[in-house]
Design a protein around this ligand. Structure first.
Ligand SMILES: Cc1cc2nc3c(=O)[nH]c(=O)nc-3n(C[C@H](O)[C@H](O)[C@H](O)COP(=O)(O)OP(=O)(O)OC[C@H]3O[C@@H](n4cnc5c(N)ncnc54)[C@H](O)[C@@H]3O)c2cc1C
Length: 411
């Protein structure tokens, strides 16, 4: 398609219409910037509209800054529906983390007081307490648990609420406009081509989740995000069998233990359906397929932990790519060596921390003062792994290396 003649020239162009890109757009617009967002498909069509909606509070890093972001985020989540002008079903709910090894018992015995002291009350549970909380859970698989009150929201509405709030503040959102090329000259992104439209923004933010690496590569920039492929399903409405959000203590160990893994996670929803997540694999490119393997493996794992489920119908089964950062800290800030390219991706507790960290990113982009601790999340920490591009190609119009259109076909 030939690019349109008259380019759009926002102060900032955000690429990626997942919750991270949408919340960044909202905060930039709130701060008074002229901001546009382009995304390849519909709003929230990556991982953002089809996740479990858990505002995870107790599974991340225990450094003081990360914990303060969680506490601030919980306060913001309670206010956001009013601020954005749209409800997204936010409510508090218990989360029970299942522990099956002495190593994790020891780990959580250290984590519980640290979390509680930071304002995230978390306590160990013995098997008798767990039997009370989850009478149908297979106790023989476990040594104990850790319990905290976290939160649950509707991830589809969460993304749309940020889109709604951003539009109300004057942001322009362009859907079905995949970015296919960026022109770079003099160390700056000069032009972005999205769905045949030319943009000549002052600054560019790549917030494409698992696709951020591919999109950064269009500007010959290294955004070191990793991803895994995640499948989940949702049951038909069932009599109550699960009463809390459920996860496992060694989640990250399990998902990195091989080419395929099934770390059980369950979400009892208010409409009596149960979300069953997740089967994890590592394809070479991000995609949105759902496999027979994933469904079968998840069902088997569910029956193992909750034999009382018996037979039930699956209402929907899906898969998509989930971004993560190699060192489990967000990747957030300017992408060197380019002067005007930024990224926000690879968060470990995306649903929870997005309201606060995207506001911080907006402040970085608008060159406002930010906490010094944010340096630790800068993409620059990975530069020794990926030295800056030395060749002469930075000035040219770069063709995109992959077939993005294929990635956005519905499967
Ligand atoms: C089953 C499942 C359960 C999960 N449960 C939870 C949970 O309970 N809590 C939690 O915090 N996290 C959870 N996650 C992880 C969470 O969903 C992701 O971390 C989060 O959605 C990532 O948001 P994002 O905006 O960075 O990326 P995405 O939502 O993936 O958005 C990326 C966007 O970029 C767009 N894009 C890609 N390429 C281009 C291009 N070339 N041009 C323009 N746009 C482009 C895509 O279309 C997409 O809209 C879960 C994930 C899955 C799959």
């Amino acid at each position: 398609m030939t690019p349109s003649i008259l380019p759009q020239s926002p102060d900032v162009l955000v690429i990626g219409g997942g919750v991270v890109g949408l919340a960044t757009t909202y905060h930039l617009a709130k701060a008074g910037a002229k901001v546009s967002l382009v995304t390849a498909g519909d709003i929230g069509d990556g991982a953002s509209a089809c996740n479990a909606g858990r505002t995870q509070v107790n599974e991340g890093n225990l450094d003081a800054f990360s914990l303060s972001v969680i506490v601030q985020s919980l306060e913001r989540l309670a206010q956001l529906p009013d601020e954005l002008g749209m409800d997204f079903g936010w409510r508090r709910i218990g989360y029970l983390c299942l522990i099956s090894s002495e190593k994790e018992i020891h780990n959580w015995q250290q984590r519980c007081p640290a979390l509680t002291a930071a304002g995230i009350p978390t306590e160990m549970m013995d098997l008798a307490q767990m039997r009370n909380a989850e009478p149908y859970l297979a106790q023989e698989l476990l040594l104990g648990g850790a319990y905290t009150t976290e939160g649950l929201l509707d991830p589809f509405l969460y993304s749309h609420a940020f889109a709604f709030g951003a539009r109300r503040l004057g942001a322009r959102l362009f859907t079905h406009k995949p970015v296919t090329a960026m022109q770079v000259a003099g160390g700056r992104v000069m032009e972005v081509i999205a769905g045949g439209q030319r943009f000549t923004p002052g600054k560019v933010v790549v917030a494409c989740g698992a696709w951020s690496g591919q999109v950064g590569a269009l500007a010959r920039a290294h955004i070191p995000v990793a991803f895994h492929h995640t499948e989940a399903f949702i049951t038909e409405p069932l009599p109550p069998v699960v009463f809390n959000m459920i996860g496992i203590a060694d989640f990250y160990e399990v998902i990195h233990s091989g080419d395929r893994a099934v770390p059980i996670g369950l979400g009892p929803y208010p409409n009596q359906t149960v979300l069953v997540a997740e089967s994890v694999s590592y394809p070479p490119q991000p995609n949105r397929s759902a496999s027979h393997w994933g469904l079968t493996a998840l069902s088997a794992q569910l029956q193992r932990y909750y034999p009382s489920f018996g037979r039930f119908r699956v209402r929907r089964h899906w898969g998509t790519a989930t971004p993560y950062s190699p060192d489990e800290h967000p990747i957030l800030g300017r992408v060197q060596p380019l002067e005007n390219l930024y990224t926000a991706t690879g968060f470990q507790q995306t649903i929870c921390i997005t309201p606060v960290v995207t506001e911080l990113l907006a402040q970085v982009v608008l060159e406002q003062e930010v906490p010094a601790e944010l340096d630790a999340w800068s993409p620059a920490r990975f530069m020794s792994d990926f030295p800056p591009h030395q060749g002469g190609g930075l000035g040219g119009l770069v063709d995109h290396p992959g077939n993005f259109t294929h990635d956005f076909e519905r499967t």
